[in-house]
Design a protein around this ligand. Structure first.
Ligand code: GLU
Length: 423
């Protein structure tokens, strides 16, 4: 094992978390030393510092990254994040998680991720466009429809994907819709992509309830993060009869033990920019939200929210990881001991990249599917993947994260053995 792959980093550093999760399963699988080390490193990393003209005439230099973790299963795939807390280590972790995510659900992709350190909420649309076009230009050497395909993540939208597609296409001299997914429908986006991550969370939660003997009809749900993942998971679970009792966003949370109407909360958020102040609710903090007694907890915000400090106090039966990396390895241990089922991010939130795959295939073929086709195929892959992971969990008497990692890492390791090492 290389020093780098086992290096001790500050607590809750996402890359340290990702390496701990990986090393744990590499031990279980008894991976050969060379393979183990190969997969512990990102394949390539690009950091760019680039200027953007701001609306007031000043020039700001921004830092961005694009990391390809693994190209073993195919082209690399993964979103681009705009957030003030983006770091190279975070992007590395997110790229590695994408490799395992694509692997566990059987997609022909390796993992990648990108990020720009910026306070996206403070940028105007025009600044966001100039930042996106320049960042795209800077990372163009490692982007392509055959090699590395970005998508939305925290802080980026279908409009941002449209600018990426347009910038890349302008440089090529012809339109390349398959270079990015999560695009608006009118330029080659896929039906169902916006809802896909939340829909996948709903599907895995529904399947897990069958195993937990938990009746989803009337089950109480708390959702941390009311963005593209959390809000959609909330209303789709509500549609199945679940009672969404608490939700939150960056400004705080709201709680009503009698249940909320998730679509009305979404309308309130659209109008006021926050879930706070929704009529008939009590205000709670993001930390309090996680500890509210509920049957299903859906952390859909950022990494490390469930950690060694609060894992012992959660009062839930099922955690569905809408976010990437919301649970630290230390918390995982506590939850395992407490018998709380965790549906890991690489499985629970894979709906997004699955429909990104459908969008990529549609873009390459210039043959487009109906929303029904998309949702039917998404449902089939999510249910199949859930059942495969559950089968490993039962066979090995392991928790769902360990089982998902066993499937994900061994698929990549097997492909690596088959391909061999060049030269
Ligand atoms: N950013 C999303 C994720 O973390 C989607 C990635 C994609 O569609 O390529 O899974």
């Amino acid at each position: 094992m290389s020093e780098r792959a086992v290096a001790v980093k500050p607590k809750e550093d996402p890359w340290e978390m990702a390496l701990k999760q990986y090393n744990r399963v590499a031990d279980v699988l008894n991976l050969k030393r060379g393979i183990r080390e190969f997969l512990a490193y990102p394949r390539r990393e690009l950091t760019v510092n680039f200027p953007v003209k701001m609306d007031d005439g000043s020039v700001h230099v921004f830092t961005g990254h694009r990391v390809h973790h693994s190209t073993v299963l195919g082209p690399t795939k993964g979103g681009i994040r705009y957030h003030p807390d983006v770091t190279l280590n975070e992007v590395r972790a997110l790229a590695m998680w994408m490799s395992w995510k694509c692997s566990v659900v059987g997609l022909p992709y390796g993992g990648a991720k990108g990020g720009v350190v910026c306070d996206h909420k403070k940028l105007s649309m025009a600044e966001m466009e100039r930042l996106t076009r320049r960042y795209t230009t800077e990372i163009t050497p490692i982007l392509s429809a055959e090699g590395d395909i970005p998508a939305p993540d925290v802080g980026t939208t279908p409009q941002v994907m449209a600018w990426i597609m347009d910038t890349y296409s302008m440089h090529k001299g012809y339109s390349v819709p398959a270079v990015v997914t999560g695009k608006p429908i009118n330029i080659g986006g896929s039906y169902g992509r916006v809802e896909a991550t939340g829909r996948g969370c709903m599907i895995t939660a529904r399947e897990a309830c069958k195993h937990l003997d938990l009746n989803l009809n009337g089950a109480t749900v708390a959702v941390q993060g009311y963005g593209n993942v959390g809000s959609i998971a909330a209303y789709l679970l509500h549609d199945l009869g679940a009672k969404v009792i608490a939700v939150s966003d960056t400004s705080g949370g709201i709680y009503n033990p009698k249940g909320l109407d998730p679509r009305a909360v979404l309308r309130h958020k659209d109008q006021t920019k926050s879930v706070k102040g929704f009529p008939g609710t009590e205000a709670v903090t993001n930390e309090e939200l996680l500890e509210i007694p509920c049957d299903i907890l859906v952390p859909s915000a950022l990494e490390g929210q469930i950690n060694g400090d609060n894992a012992g106090r959660l009062k839930t039966r099922l955690i569905v990881e809408g976010a990437n990396g919301p649970t630290s390895p230390e918390a995982d241990e506590i939850l395992r001991e407490r018998g709380i089922m965790v549906l890991p991010d690489i499985l629970a939130n894979a709906g997004g990249v699955i429909v990104s795959y459908f969008e990529w295939v549609q873009g390459l073929q210039q043959f487009f599917w109906t929303e029904e086709d998309v949702n039917r195929n998404l449902e089939a892959i999510m249910v199949r993947s859930f059942n495969q992971v559950m089968a490993v969990a039962q066979e090995r008497k392991a928790d769902m994260r360990t089982a998902a990692y066993i499937r994900a890492v061994s698929r990549v390791a097997d492909a690596l053995m088959t391909r061999g090492i060049y030269p």
